[in-house]
Design a protein around this ligand. Structure first.
Ligand code: GLU
Length: 381
């Protein structure tokens, strides 16, 4: 795996022994060793770990079988602390700092929260910590749940701009039919496009015992590949499950069509309705066309109501929309710092925000007036 940033998801069925209800510690140590080997090669690793509910329910004496939502929430509260404890012990004894991040669906679906969560992950990775993520099941109610860690992991991969997502589960990958029932079931090693046929296969394939079956894995694959991230479904119950994939063990790879930045920019350009608009001067326009960020100094006007993290239109002096981007300041703050140097921001607002009004990673050019452009521009409506 050549990836720069890898998200690995482990399912409950692997982590928690079905008989004893305890963590499969010996196996988990081999997984941790795999992850630390990736880190030694300067690859960044994020672990998405299920298991809270499976661990907690036994402790609370909740019998097997489906749990009511309140019971899952209670079990998660009890199990998550155990899970965190296990990761802390295993990682800190190997001199790695572990960080726990509990997310709810809104953390990836609402832009501001998405940006906050993304920034936190970015900081943790920059500081060398290993983020271990789970859904915040204790507070997530039915309407605001991911419900399965496959899609949570895909959102985390998208949010963190990862280039590889590995779903370790108790199935080897995707088959044309359930291999336990159909001797003619064929294994699919690579998926370049998620067609209706592929989705139909997922419905027929064997699924694991966690909340996510093959269907949620395909949904996860859709999120991952559209964000430019490779995704792999692999059997995880062997020791050193990630090492096995690297050694060529059979698994299903989903191959993306777009690179991460392009996909994220498509998300900005295509899916969000601008909350406001800012007008820029000729100098800022030139900078934007050269692929640079938008600084407060080049902004001459701000209108509309927006918060930090909202998408706004960027207009030229003649009112043409040249770009869209995620703004780092609210409308009120933007109005106060526009036309000013970035070094003055702290003095004006009383806090040190970003130097950029819109960072170039959060900016998509959509039309231009200058004859020469630095990059090909995509037309959007
Ligand atoms: N978040 C759940 C847990 O930790 C697992 C969800 C899943 O199985 O995908 O127990």
């Amino acid at each position: 795996m050549q990836a720069r940033r890898i998200v690995v998801k482990v399912g409950s069925a692997l982590l928690v022994d079905g008989e004893t209800g305890r963590i499969n510690r010996a196996w988990l140590e081999t997984l941790i060793e795999d992850l630390l080997r990736l880190r030694k090669r300067n690859q960044q690793v994020i672990l998405v770990s299920s298991g809270a509910i499976a661990l907690g329910r036994r402790q609370l004496g909740l019998a097997k079988g489906p749990l009511r939502l309140e019971e899952s929430q209670a079990a998660a509260a009890v199990g998550q602390i155990r899970l965190a404890h296990a990761y802390k012990e295993l990682l800190e004894s190997r001199d790695v700092t572990v960080a726990q991040v509990l997310l709810t669906l809104e953390d990836s679906e609402r832009r501001r929260r998405y940006l906050n969560a993304r920034a936190t992950l970015e900081s943790l990775l920059a500081l060398g910590a290993l983020p271990v993520i789970n859904e915040n099941d204790t507070v997530a109610t039915a309407e605001i749940r991911y419900g399965d860690n496959d899609r949570l992991a895909a959102r985390v991969a998208q949010m963190s701009g990862a280039d590889c997502l590995v779903l370790l589960s108790d199935v080897e990958g995707l088959f044309t039919a359930d291999p336990n029932r159909d001797p003619h079931a064929q294994f699919i090693g690579e998926v370049r496009q998620i067609t209706p046929e592929i989705e139909a296969m997922a419905g027929r394939s064997a699924s694991d015992v966690g909340s996510g079956g093959m269907t949620t894995k395909i949904l996860a694959a859709k999120i991952a590949v559209s964000a430019g991230c490779h995704m792999c479904i692999a059997a995880g119950h062997h020791d050193h499950p990630v090492g096995r994939i690297e050694a060529g063990a059979r698994c299903t790879w989903f191959v993306p069509t777009a690179s991460p930045v392009t996909a994220r920019k498509q998300w900005i350009a295509g899916t969000l309705r601008p909350a406001g608009a800012i007008t820029i001067d000729a100098g800022a326009l030139r900078a934007l066309l050269e692929g640079k960020s938008l600084l407060p100094a080049g902004v001459v006007n701000a209108r509309g109501r927006f918060e930090r993290g909202d998408t706004v239109s960027v207009l030229t002096a003649s009112g043409a929309e040249i770009a869209r981007g995620i703004i780092a300041y609210s409308d009120a703050d933007a109005a106060r710092i526009m036309g000013r140097k970035s070094s003055e921001i702290e003095g004006i607002l009383g806090f040190r925000g970003r130097d950029e009004m819109i960072h170039r990673d959060d900016l998509v050019l959509i039309r231009h007036e200058a004859p020469a452009v630095a990059e090909p521009l995509r037309a959007t409506t």
